[in-house]
Design a protein around this ligand. Structure first.
Ligand code: NDP
Length: 328
């Protein structure tokens, strides 16, 4: 398997074009031995970035990942691990969520303990916090970098204006500025990455670590005939996600999925590979974060890299035509 490595925006950090995340699965949907097999499959394929967050399974996803990292014997210099702060993991009393200095610092210490590492390679503000001045957030992130507890900080689901406000503060005060944003990006969810954030790629060297590249599985075709047992959208507690993915308007998306599948067949590939290769084709994507509940899914999805050179302008134009009427 030939992994490709991309720079995280203008930084010197090399991140594998495909990476692997723990949302919904680790500490929740899958057992720890499966999580271990997934991490090892990923690492053996050249994946060097593992994505996590304080809120995933209320901290349990970081505990599981930390144990796997510890047992793996992998050199710390050979992988990157992230956490994200905002949603909290406790009972949500005041200061247990958000982007105040207090919660950012405490969440960082908790993530380091759970992941059993001395520093986080990437640390994200998981959402903007309207109740904290952006200067307080920027200073707290900068201080963690100066202390050596975080190497690069970034944001997730911040829009261009919110990032601009952070850049202005960091420029004025000489602070480390956000290096990466983590937006949703897939054939149904495009405008944030392709339009809104676009000015920041060249001007600020912003990198992107994109999430839900298969729209939680919709872009595998697995929901074409309803919700299969044990799939993500069948998980108790994820009814909100099921409503979001398969709610009003999803008929048109499912029709588009069938057209994407026809195109995949013509190219003699699978639908998940086609959908992932399309994400990889965007040069402003630093890494596409994969999710998987089974090792076979991950092995299948890793094949997307080899498909990228076959996405000719004609194929890309066809994908655009199918996606345009339904994409946000
Ligand atoms: P995807 O959209 O790729 O969904 C992954 C899920 O789709 C899998 O868990 C599996 O679910 C199903 N699937 C994947 N491959 C296949 C396949 N080949 N065949 C059939 N089913 C398949 O990505 P995620 O939504 O998991 O996002 C990836 C990562 O991004 C997360 O782990 C997390 O690290 C990050 N993320 C960040 C967010 C943020 O706000 N910053 C939000 C969400 C995710 P199943 O088998 O259970 O049906």
């Amino acid at each position: 398997m030939n992994m490709e490595y991309r720079r995280l925006g203008s930084s010197g950090l090399k991140v594998s074009a495909l990476s692997f995340g723990a949302w919904v699965t680790f500490g929740r949907q899958i057992g720890d031995p499966v999580a271990q097999k997934l991490m090892h499959t990923a690492y053996d394929a050249g994946i060097n970035f593992f994505d996590n967050a304080e809120t995933y399974a209320d901290g349990q996803a970081e505990i599981v990942m930390g144990q796997i990292l510890k047992q793996s014997g992998w050199r710390r210099s050979s992988y990157l691990v992230s956490s994200k702060v905002y949603f909290g993991w406790e009972e949500e009393r005041p200061n247990q969520t958000g982007l105040s200095r207090k919660h950012i610092v405490e969440a960082c210490h908790d993530a380091l303990r759970r992941l059993q590492v001395d520093y986080l390679d990437l640390y994200f503000c998981h959402r903007p916090d309207p109740e904290t001045p952006v200067e307080e957030t920027c200073r707290a992130m900068h201080d963690l970098i100066v202390q050596g507890k975080v190497l690069y900080w970034g944001t997730s689901e911040w829009n261009a204006d919110q990032l601009e406000a952070a850049y202005a503060v960091c420029d004025r005060l000489g602070l480390h500025a956000p290096q990466m944003e983590q937006p949703q990006y897939n054939l149904f969810h495009r405008s944030r990455v392709e339009q809104n954030l676009a000015p920041h790629y060249a001007r600020r060297g912003l990198g992107t670590t994109v999430w839900s590249p298969l729209a939680s599985g919709l872009l595998t075709g697995k929901y074409n005939q309803g919700v299969p047992k044990d799939s993500r959208l069948d998980q108790p507690g994820l009814e909100w996600l099921r409503d979001a993915v398969l709610g009003p308007g999803s008929d048109r998306k499912l029709a588009a999925v069938r057209q994407f599948a026809d195109l995949a067949r013509e190219l003699d590939t699978s639908l998940p590979r086609l959908a992932l290769a399309w994400c990889l084709k965007n040069p402003h994507v630093s890494t596409v974060i994969l999710g998987a509940s089974r090792p076979e899914q991950l092995t299948e999805n890793l094949g997307a890299l080899a498909l990228v050179p076959r996405l000719t302008p004609e194929v890309m134009a066809r994908l655009d035509r199918i996606s345009a009427p339904v994409a946000a």
